[in-house]
Write a protein that binds this ligand. Sequence first.
Ligand code: NAP
Length: 246
Amino acid sequence: MLKNKKALITGASRGIGRAIALDMASNGADIAIVYASNVGAAEETCRCLTEKGVNAFAFQCDVRDDAKVKETVKQAVLALGGLDILVNNSGIVKDGLIPLMKEDHFTSVIDTNLSGAYRMIRHCCMYLMKQGKGRIINISSVVGIMGNAGQSNYAASKAGLIGLTKSVAKELGARGITCNAIAPGFIRTDMTDALEEDTRRALLANLPLGRMGEPEDVAHLASFLASDMASYISGGVYTVDGGMCV
Ligand code: NAP
């Protein structure tokens, strides 16, 4: 489905990003992963990717640093020999009730989750536009659609990603580039492992499918949206949430 495609995936040392990298590699894509600081996890992901018979590269890059993003995109395109797919998946949470939320907890979440995606798109789209085709996939969240008490910073970043997705889809569509967002629900990763048991139980009680999602549930949709089968799909927001958002 993705044979000979070249994909750059942020936040792919762990969790959902890692699952997307593995799924795209299983479908034949060469992969460049970006991570923040977890060298061991990034190397392990790269090892699993190369076992699938594709080329894989890992780049340490904080998506909050524009100069580093620009350089990383350049190096990744060089290593891969081109670029077809960008997945903006890097993300953090810094939860807190709004009266108590410190300004740097608000701005650092926006800077990573939303501005990080903007930086990646800005530097990657030059390459995608030159070849007249490409796929951009932004990992948003159901929280960006529904909101969530205690996550105003995270919700704002994920809602912002949806606006970014729709605008980029309109702007770059004429250049053969699609841009879509995936909004996962409650997915089993390090991010959700950190939740209190009570919160976890309450979330599960309201889930029509009655279980947490697996990172692979998100990854299959990302591979589909990156494939030629999705060439007429752009500007959309697709939930992978076990029915949470209906
Ligand atoms: P995770 O397990 O916590 O992994 C986060 C990834 O982002 C790691 O690879 C981390 O790198 C990277 N990262 C963090 N800050 C970064 C920065 N400043 N620059 C570059 N990379 C950075 O998260 P996850 O649960 O897989 O979530 C992945 C995405 O899905 C996030 O955008 C999240 O908001 C979204 N999402 C998750 C859920 C869920 O239930 N898990 C639901 C909805 C949406 P290191 O390994 O180096 O730290």
